[in-house]
Design a protein around this ligand. Structure first.
Ligand SMILES: Cc1ncc(COP(=O)(O)O)c(C=O)c1O
Length: 415
């Protein structure tokens, strides 16, 4: 593409006049390229994709039927703007029944989102002035921080270390950062570590937020995908509603990533500001989709079935990876299994392949073993396996995992 005056007009936040000229290749593009190369080198072979970050199945038939019914109603046809009462009320019931959050006022303390990603991109506009800090956990989902930086904000990363159960160390934040910090973003069950929060941790977060005058955004995209007990909500913590909001989504909990619907709930002022910026950003999700989402929130047994499937797959994947010498432990929720990346793989003929990063391991796993994973090198070297791999039924699941075991059995890992 030749340069035109347009090239000189890009905002600095996306690279200014150098926008689009970087030759750096990002992680997910590298994975895609390695998969393409592996397929070309092994025509007809099965690449086992353990890197997928979304459900492998479609929404439940009763939810699709609900969408159909609602889409036929003329009154649902128009701009939804900030939505009607149906999703708000269902969200209030869901928080109460499923998450144990009492006393949410659906009218003033809940608002729909076009998925949590959209909410995470809207919320920074309400709070971030140039020079303000946001506290983000790393590795993690970066959208809030990206938009905070668009507004001239700064991101302080809090590493998620295994030694601290992949919870951030809030005491590690330098005083000058803390003084200028406005927002803390947390996400449990966590992508990518699969870690869960504890009631004590959430109580500490509320205390920390109150003491330092900080807003908490709890990204609960995987909240209901738990393998035992009830989902743990930040909002169920005493005082949480005074300091923050929680983001829930149908994407992962109800196999509805493409539908784009969820909600923001909690502190009334934060919800109101979110709504004001949202109103100037989008015109709301289609009411038929909102109403189908409301149906979901009244049918949490759907999520329980999905979680049971992931739990079964997770146990089997843990066994498979442990059998291959990887340090796998079953998480309490999410669909992610996060394991230490090996430092080397030794083949039966003695050939030793050394790795400096998790990214190198992941590239080798794709090209040599035809197994795709997602590497993370932000706080230690780890590989993320997802149990949303493609398999049709339990027999096929077993076949896929046996094949993973067979492919990995041909090497010995060193740590
Ligand atoms: C931690 C986290 N938050 C938010 C999202 C986005 O979810 P949604 O589909 O609701 O936008 C994802 C999606 O992968 C995620 O992993």
């Amino acid at each position: 593409m030749s340069d035109t005056y347009i090239q000189s007009l890009f905002a600095e936040r996306i690279g200014g006049k150098n926008y689009g000229k970087s030759t750096a290749i990002y992680k997910f593009e590298k994975i895609k390229r390695a998969k393409r190369a592996a397929l070309a080198a092994n025509p007809g072979a099965e690449i086992i994709d353990m890197g997928v970050g979304e459900p492998d199945e479609i929404a439940f038939p009763e939810v699709v039927a609900e969408l159909h019914q609602e889409a036929l109603k003329p009154e649902n046809r128009g701009y939804a703007d900030n939505g009607d009462a149906m999703l708000k009320q269902a969200a209030g019931r869901y928080l109460d029944r499923v998450c144990g959050v009492k006393g949410i006022n659906p009218e003033t303390e809940v608002l729909h989102s076009i998925g949590s990603k959209a909410a995470l991109s809207i919320l920074p506009a309400a709070f971030v002035n140039p020079g303000d800090y946001v506290l983000m956990t790393t590795p993690g989902y970066p959208v809030f921080g990206t938009h905070a930086k668009y507004y001239g904000g700064l991101v302080h990363n809090l590493p998620l270390a295994e030694a601290n159960n992949f919870l951030p160390d809030l005491d590690s934040i330098p005083a000058d950062v803390l003084r200028r910090a406005k927002v803390l973003v947390i996400n449990y069950p966590n992508n990518p570590t699969g870690a869960s929060a504890t009631p004590d941790f959430y109580a500490n977060v509320v205390e920390f937020a109150q003491r330092n005058g900080i807003i908490v955004i709890s990204d609960a995209a995987y909240a209901a995908l738990v393998f035992e007990g009830k989902p743990l909500s930040f909002l169920a913590t005493g005082g949480a509603k005074d300091v923050g909001v929680e983001l829930h989504s149908c994407s992962k909990s109800f196999n509805m990533t493409g539908w784009r619907v969820g909600f923001v709930a909690g502190n009334e002022l934060i919800v109101k500001a979110y709504g004001d910026v949202k109103d100037n950003t989008d015109s709301g999700q289609f009411l038929a989709i909102q109403h189908a989402a409301a149906y979901c929130f009244d049918h949490p047994e759907i999520t329980e079935k999905i979680a049971a499937k992931y739990s079964r797959r997770m146990s089997a994947l843990v066994d498979t990876l442990k059998g291959a010498g990887l340090n796998a432990r079953k998480p309490k929720g999410s669909f992610f299994l996060y394991v230490n990346a090996p430092r080397a793989a030794v083949k039966k003929d003695g050939l030793r392949i050394a790795f400096k990063t998790a990214e190198e391991v992941s590239q080798w796993l794709i090209t040599d073993r035809l197994i795709s994973t997602v590497p993370w090198d932000d706080a230690g070297a780890y590989l993320r396996f997802s149990v949303t791999f493609l398999a049709k039924g339990e027999a096929d699941e077993k076949r896929v995992l046996d094949e993973v075991g067979r492919r990995l059995a041909e090497v010995q890992f060193e740590f």
